[in-house]
Design a protein around this ligand. Structure first.
Ligand SMILES: NC(=O)c1ccc[n+]([C@@H]2O[C@H](COP(=O)([O-])OP(=O)(O)OC[C@H]3O[C@@H](n4cnc5c(N)ncnc54)[C@H](OP(=O)(O)O)[C@@H]3O)[C@@H](O)[C@H]2O)c1
Length: 284
């Protein structure tokens, strides 16, 4: 099985669970709309906080890395639509500014492989906002070649990048009333999925990329233990048609971003140290 077949298999495998999630979200939105119609003071409804209506005060300052396209861009679009302040992190000023202008977000130059760029991005957000509520470590790379330079680049982006950005963001996250970090991982990094013959991930050779996402899982768990005042969760967005998959496989970004938005908008009672996908918790 190649990566494209894998994405198609994942689509079929997750279809049932996804329908359930969509139905639940619709119920939530309907409930929120009913309350607004009933003159409840215009509260905002977060699709993920199923038992509560959230107020304007719950709007977050969010930073998404690699948000100029793909899943990061769609996550930004969704959060901005809900009323959150979203910093579109992008290594290219041109691509980032374009996305921010189109979405109504705020551009910040941020190359996750460059310490100075990361420090400068968080300094900008600190000066403008004084805090950071949500960090979505989304920037990612999947290079096919099996050689040292490409493997280093994949790990530098997918793994070390998360350490760089998280460390730089922690002082601002600690100023939030509900600090949340979402690390975008993959079922290809789940030992359970990769060793389970019923899982499409078990049939995909993704040596370096899979190893990098397994490292993302361990980073998530270790950070959750070491920094209990911040919630850290990993997410598998599911196989998605983006440039990372050469646009040839996977479902639309709109569906895959749902689980990212869900975990980016957890309340103070939300989980930490978990791995999530459409259907709930994904075994490590
Ligand atoms: N697509 C899938 O099926 C799938 C499945 C599971 C997990 N994921 C994960 O989802 C995340 C987003 O991927 P995607 O599918 O949306 O891919 P994508 O469309 O290729 O987007 C990747 C984003 O990461 C950015 N990026 C790459 N290297 C960077 C760096 N050094 N610094 C800052 N930004 C950098 C890219 O910026 P440029 O435009 O400058 O290149 C782009 O904005 C990744 O972590 C990926 O591993 C994807």
């Amino acid at each position: 099985m190649n990566l494209i077949d894998f994405f198609n298999d994942m689509l079929a495998w997750k279809a049932v669970g996804h329908v359930a999630v969509r139905a639940a979200d619709k119920e939530d939105r309907d409930a929120g709309a009913r309350l607004r119609e009933n003159g409840a003071g215009g509260p905002r409804w977060r699709s993920t906080s199923r038992s509560r209506i959230k107020g304007e005060l719950d709007m977050t300052v969010t930073l998404i890395t690699g948000a100029n396209k793909g899943l990061g861009r769609e996550t930004a679009r969704r959060l901005i639509k809900e009323g959150h302040t979203v910093y579109i992190g992008a290594r290219s000023a041109e691509r980032g500014q374009k996305a921010a202008a189109e979405l109504g977000g705020r551009f910040v130059q941020l190359d996750v492989t460059d310490d100075a760029s990361v420090a400068s991005a968080l300094q900008v957000i600190g000066e403008r906002e004084g805090r950071l509520d949500v960090l979505v470590n989304n920037a990612g790379a999947a290079l096919p070649a099996l050689n040292g330079p490409d493997a280093l680049q994949v790990f530098d982006t997918n793994v070390v990048g998360i350490v760089r950005v998280t460390q730089a963001a922690l002082p601002l996250l600690r100023k939030s009333a509900n600090p949340v970090v979402v690390n975008i991982s993959s079922a290809l990094g789940s030992f359970w999925a990769v060793t389970n013959p019923e899982q499409p991930a078990s049939r995909v050779p993704a040596i370096v990329y899979g190893a990098s996402k397994a490292a993302v899982s361990m980073l998530t768990l270790q950070y959750a233990k070491a920094v209990p005042e911040v919630k850290f969760n990993a997410v598998d967005p599911g196989s998605t048609a983006t440039d990372l998959t050469a646009g040839r496989g996977g479902r639309p970004v709109g569906q895959s971003a749902e689980v990212i938005v869900r975990m980016a908008t957890i309340g103070t009672d939300g989980p930490t140290g978990t791995f999530q996908w459409d259907a709930g918790e994904l075994p490590w």
